[in-house]
Ligand binder design. Structure first.
Ligand code: PCA
Length: 209
């Protein structure tokens, strides 16, 4: 059995839960139909430790694909991220109290890495089951972007494709929301599309500004 590593984050900013972990934990053990199994793991929301934790998981599990997820406060749909940038610029402190401002994720690293997932095919598949999804052109400059950048940096030049998905908040948070069951199904469909699609589809989805 091969492993598709799917990560979610612990809660941050005083929230009681993080929907990315509440959803991905429900997908732990799900079989994709050809000998590949989802393994879900939780990452700390801290600049100092999240990347090491991810690197340890990759070393231990030797995944064939890695998809990291996190809460995107204010997002109203399942946002398939296109690009990770080499910038930390935290609006709030992380869970260890760190708040880097305008620092590099990797000193001397490239300005950005693209997702190596078929992002348009993932959006299309999620929309086809009636769940809102879009390509996002920025994963922000907080811990999620850092993890996304470190993930792409670690796997560049390998055959292991990887990327990041931001999810909306859960009902009751006072923000745009998505029900947990919808989130779980949307992520399951997105992950399956990522695994099954080797060449991305060409779909309209860009923005003018
Ligand atoms: N969202 C934050 C970090 C952890 C999470 O779930 C982010 O978007 O950076």
């Amino acid at each position: 059995m091969r492993t598709l590593l799917l990560t979610g984050f612990e809660p941050f900013d005083q929230a009681p839960v993080n929907p990315s972990w509440e959803a991905t934990r429900q997908l732990d053990g799900v079989l994709l139909d050809d000998g590949v199994q989802i393994v879900a793991r939780r990452l700390p929301c801290a600049f100092a430790t999240a990347g090491d934790c991810l690197a340890q998981l990759i070393a231990e599990l030797q995944p064939v694909m890695v998809i990291a997820t996190g809460l995107g406060p204010g997002r109203s749909d399942i946002s398939i991220e296109r690009v990770a940038i080499n910038v930390n610029d935290a609006r709030i402190p992380d869970n260890l109290g760190a708040q880097p401002i305008d620092t590099a994720v990797v000193v001397g690293g490239p300005a950005a890495y693209f997702s190596t997932l078929p992002i348009k095919a993932m959006v299309k598949a999620v929309r086809e089951v009636g769940i809102a999804a879009s390509v996002s052109q920025t994963a922000g400059t907080f811990v999620c972007n850092q993890v996304f950048y470190l993930l792409q940096h670690a796997l560049v030049g390998t055959e292991v494709r990887s990327g990041f998905v931001h999810v909306p908040n859960l009902p009751g948070s006072g923000e745009p929301t998505m029900a947990l069951s919808t989130l779980v199904e949307g992520l399951r469909v997105a992950v399956l599309a990522a695994w099954k699609t080797s060449v991305d589809v060409v779909e309209v989805g860009g923005r003018v500004s």
